[in-house]
Ligand binder design. Sequence first.
Ligand code: ADP
Ligand code: MG
Length: 351
Amino acid sequence: ATPAATMVGTTIGAQNGVLFKGGDILERAKDVDTVVFDKTGTLTEGEMELTDVVVFDSVASETQRTDGAGGSVDADDNPITDGGGATDGGQLAAPDRLTEDDVLRLAATAEHGSEHPLARAIVEGAKARGIEVSDPENFENVPGHGVRATVEGSEVLVGNRKLLRDEGIDPSPAAATMERLESEGKTAMLVAMRDSERSENRDASGDQPRAAGKLLGVVADADTVKESAKDAVSALRARGLDVMMLTGDNERTARAVAEQVGIDPANVRAEVLPEDKSDAVEAIQDEGRRAMMVGDGVNDAPALVVAYVGCAIGSGTDVAIEAADVTLMRNDPLDVVKAIRISDATLAKIQ
Ligand code: ADP
Ligand code: MG
């Protein structure tokens, strides 16, 4: 492209809130054949809200009160969680059993140490229910998996299945509940506890202390899909581009969100750890694709760097903006289409 054409394109971009970091970027954008969207904060608003609290009868699962098959109680046999009604749990619970508020208090206190949007939603949701949320006695972030904290003298875990499994706690009694919430597009998190005395012996005494872990319940957060996300996806597809989604969230939640915005489930890459996002983009490009990665978070920065074109969206994080080739000033996924159209139009003019 001539310097003049490039300047016109760059200027038109800027007038539309699409900032190209240089003329070469403007030229490249038209050659993109695959757009990879981060999910949270990019396709969704990124403002989580607590939606569900489900109590598990951990006393029953320890004593195998029901049929005892397989050593675990299926969530659907559980009178507290039956019907999926979060609100009737408290009424049915015997006095020595945990209530929803107990589970939420423990989860929120553990999450009080975290800045993660999932954590904030749990804390805010607890406060909105009149629960007092204090600081955990000890706190540890487990990136991409959850948190571990000491609350009221016990170790509390809040996070995904992997977090519990790594701690030797079987998440399968919550499987049906988790799957139901995830197929609604929510992020469901397990809440578990173990008395601190046993957890200290964890490494020394092999398998035995694994029994000490207790599944207490499940909490779920939901995010809303951005209004224009679906239109952006369909406009990109109409231009012949492949559209993909990349997220640390679990497969089922990711697919439910993909379905809402019109992304083919086969194009979803879920459960990608923060440090693996750039590898995921490289793997996509190793298939011979030219990818535009669109993301908003610190987590996304390395992926923006390796992408053929890296695109930071919204007020985003400074780190993402710095790593990006293109910055979309508005928080609107349709501006991704605009960026590609401006590139196309600018270069078409001079051919
Ligand atoms: P995303 O890419 O969607 O921002 P992350 O990589 O931060 O996701 O986290 C991946 C998954 O790890 C989450 O979907 C959640 O299941 C779990 N997780 C991460 N942080 C927390 C937390 N503070 N509390 C509970 N679960 C968490
Ligand atoms: Mg994000």
